[in-house]
Design a protein around this ligand. Structure first.
Ligand SMILES: [Ca+2]
Ligand SMILES: [Ca+2]
Ligand SMILES: [Ca+2]
Length: 173
Protein backbone atom coordinates (compact mmCIF):
# COMPACT_ATOMS: atom_id res chain seq x y z
CA UNK A 1 0.00 0.00 0.00
CA UNK A 2 3.01 2.36 -0.13
CA UNK A 3 2.73 5.25 -2.54
CA UNK A 4 5.40 7.47 -4.01
CA UNK A 5 3.74 10.61 -2.62
CA UNK A 6 3.98 9.40 0.96
CA UNK A 7 7.67 8.71 0.49
CA UNK A 8 8.34 12.26 -0.69
CA UNK A 9 6.44 13.68 2.30
CA UNK A 10 8.55 11.73 4.70
CA UNK A 11 11.79 12.76 3.02
CA UNK A 12 10.87 16.46 3.18
CA UNK A 13 9.98 15.95 6.84
CA UNK A 14 13.37 14.49 7.49
CA UNK A 15 15.02 17.51 5.83
CA UNK A 16 12.96 19.76 8.07
CA UNK A 17 13.92 17.70 11.06
CA UNK A 18 17.60 18.06 10.27
CA UNK A 19 17.23 21.79 9.69
CA UNK A 20 15.59 22.39 13.06
CA UNK A 21 17.55 19.79 15.04
CA UNK A 22 14.26 18.50 16.42
CA UNK A 23 13.61 14.93 17.44
CA UNK A 24 11.17 13.07 15.20
CA UNK A 25 8.38 12.98 17.79
CA UNK A 26 8.09 16.76 17.81
CA UNK A 27 8.07 17.20 14.03
CA UNK A 28 5.33 14.59 13.54
CA UNK A 29 2.78 16.51 15.61
CA UNK A 30 3.34 19.75 13.68
CA UNK A 31 0.91 19.71 10.73
CA UNK A 32 2.18 22.52 8.48
CA UNK A 33 5.10 24.88 7.89
CA UNK A 34 3.03 27.91 8.92
CA UNK A 35 2.38 26.37 12.30
CA UNK A 36 6.03 25.42 12.57
CA UNK A 37 7.07 29.06 12.15
CA UNK A 38 4.42 30.20 14.61
CA UNK A 39 5.45 27.68 17.22
CA UNK A 40 9.13 28.55 16.93
CA UNK A 41 8.83 32.00 18.49
CA UNK A 42 7.54 30.59 21.75
CA UNK A 43 8.69 27.63 23.82
CA UNK A 44 7.06 26.25 26.94
CA UNK A 45 9.18 24.75 29.69
CA UNK A 46 7.63 22.14 31.96
CA UNK A 47 9.29 20.54 34.90
CA UNK A 48 9.22 19.10 38.34
CA UNK A 49 11.04 19.41 41.62
CA UNK A 50 11.66 16.83 44.29
CA UNK A 51 13.18 17.73 47.61
CA UNK A 52 14.22 15.76 50.65
CA UNK A 53 14.54 18.25 53.49
CA UNK A 54 15.77 17.54 57.02
CA UNK A 55 15.10 19.86 59.95
CA UNK A 56 17.46 19.33 62.88
CA UNK A 57 15.60 19.21 66.20
CA UNK A 58 17.19 19.87 69.60
CA UNK A 59 14.99 17.22 71.20
CA UNK A 60 13.67 14.07 69.60
CA UNK A 61 14.08 12.90 66.04
CA UNK A 62 14.78 15.30 63.20
CA UNK A 63 11.88 16.11 60.90
CA UNK A 64 12.16 14.80 57.35
CA UNK A 65 9.95 16.17 54.54
CA UNK A 66 9.73 14.61 51.09
CA UNK A 67 8.23 17.04 48.60
CA UNK A 68 7.48 16.30 44.94
CA UNK A 69 5.65 18.76 42.76
CA UNK A 70 5.16 19.84 39.15
CA UNK A 71 6.22 23.31 38.09
CA UNK A 72 3.73 25.64 36.45
CA UNK A 73 4.53 25.59 32.70
CA UNK A 74 6.42 28.74 31.65
CA UNK A 75 6.13 30.06 28.09
CA UNK A 76 9.02 32.21 26.86
CA UNK A 77 9.06 34.27 23.66
CA UNK A 78 12.21 34.08 21.56
CA UNK A 79 14.78 36.71 22.53
CA UNK A 80 13.35 37.14 26.03
CA UNK A 81 13.92 35.72 29.53
CA UNK A 82 11.78 34.83 32.51
CA UNK A 83 12.79 34.25 36.09
CA UNK A 84 11.31 31.30 37.94
CA UNK A 85 11.15 30.53 41.66
CA UNK A 86 9.74 27.53 43.52
CA UNK A 87 9.97 26.54 47.17
CA UNK A 88 8.99 24.07 49.87
CA UNK A 89 8.84 24.36 53.65
CA UNK A 90 9.61 21.85 56.38
CA UNK A 91 9.51 21.34 60.13
CA UNK A 92 8.32 24.81 61.10
CA UNK A 93 11.76 26.37 60.55
CA UNK A 94 13.02 25.66 57.05
CA UNK A 95 12.27 26.96 53.57
CA UNK A 96 14.17 25.77 50.49
CA UNK A 97 13.95 27.92 47.36
CA UNK A 98 14.98 27.12 43.78
CA UNK A 99 15.66 30.05 41.45
CA UNK A 100 16.72 30.19 37.80
CA UNK A 101 16.34 32.19 34.63
CA UNK A 102 14.97 30.83 31.33
CA UNK A 103 16.15 32.46 28.11
CA UNK A 104 14.64 31.51 24.75
CA UNK A 105 17.47 31.61 22.23
CA UNK A 106 17.23 31.09 18.43
CA UNK A 107 16.28 27.65 17.06
CA UNK A 108 13.99 26.83 19.97
CA UNK A 109 16.80 26.44 22.49
CA UNK A 110 16.02 27.44 26.06
CA UNK A 111 19.02 28.18 28.25
CA UNK A 112 18.78 27.90 32.04
CA UNK A 113 21.15 30.25 33.86
CA UNK A 114 21.65 31.83 37.29
CA UNK A 115 20.42 28.64 38.95
CA UNK A 116 20.65 28.63 42.72
CA UNK A 117 19.10 26.74 45.64
CA UNK A 118 18.75 28.71 48.88
CA UNK A 119 18.38 27.22 52.36
CA UNK A 120 16.60 29.38 54.94
CA UNK A 121 16.42 28.30 58.60
CA UNK A 122 15.07 30.36 61.47
CA UNK A 123 12.17 31.09 63.80
CA UNK A 124 9.57 30.16 61.17
CA UNK A 125 9.27 28.75 57.67
CA UNK A 126 8.98 32.35 56.44
CA UNK A 127 12.33 33.34 57.93
CA UNK A 128 14.75 35.54 56.01
CA UNK A 129 17.76 33.84 57.64
CA UNK A 130 19.72 32.50 54.68
CA UNK A 131 22.00 29.76 56.06
CA UNK A 132 23.25 28.16 52.86
CA UNK A 133 23.12 28.32 49.08
CA UNK A 134 24.35 26.25 46.13
CA UNK A 135 24.54 27.44 42.56
CA UNK A 136 23.95 24.93 39.79
CA UNK A 137 25.44 24.86 36.31
CA UNK A 138 23.73 26.16 33.19
CA UNK A 139 21.42 23.81 31.31
CA UNK A 140 20.89 24.00 27.54
CA UNK A 141 17.46 22.63 26.68
CA UNK A 142 17.10 21.77 23.02
CA UNK A 143 13.49 21.38 21.84
CA UNK A 144 12.02 18.17 23.20
CA UNK A 145 14.90 17.65 25.60
CA UNK A 146 14.76 17.09 29.37
CA UNK A 147 17.62 17.72 31.76
CA UNK A 148 18.01 17.34 35.52
CA UNK A 149 20.23 18.83 38.18
CA UNK A 150 20.84 17.47 41.68
CA UNK A 151 21.73 20.12 44.23
CA UNK A 152 22.70 19.76 47.89
CA UNK A 153 22.34 22.57 50.42
CA UNK A 154 22.73 22.64 54.16
CA UNK A 155 23.01 24.98 57.11
CA UNK A 156 26.65 25.96 56.55
CA UNK A 157 26.16 29.32 58.23
CA UNK A 158 25.42 27.87 61.65
CA UNK A 159 27.40 24.66 61.19
CA UNK A 160 24.39 22.37 61.55
CA UNK A 161 24.83 19.56 59.00
CA UNK A 162 21.50 17.95 59.96
CA UNK A 163 19.68 20.99 58.58
CA UNK A 164 19.88 20.10 54.90
CA UNK A 165 18.12 19.49 51.62
CA UNK A 166 18.71 17.44 48.50
CA UNK A 167 16.93 18.94 45.53
CA UNK A 168 16.37 17.47 42.09
CA UNK A 169 15.18 19.86 39.39
CA UNK A 170 14.00 18.46 36.05
CA UNK A 171 13.12 20.76 33.15
CA UNK A 172 11.74 19.91 29.71
CA UNK A 173 11.62 22.22 26.70
CA1 LIG B 1 15.26 22.90 63.68
CA1 LIG C 1 11.30 21.93 63.66
CA1 LIG D 1 19.31 29.97 61.15
Amino acid sequence: MRRKSSRSVSSSRSLLRRALVLPAAVVVVVPALATEAQASHQRTVNGSVSMRIMDYENFGPNTVCNRNFSLTPVTVTVGTSKRVAAWSKCGGEIRVEVHYKLTHEPNGVVRVTEGIVKFFEGDSENTGDLDGASAFGNMVLFPGLSLSRNVHVQNWNEGQPDDKADVRLTLRN
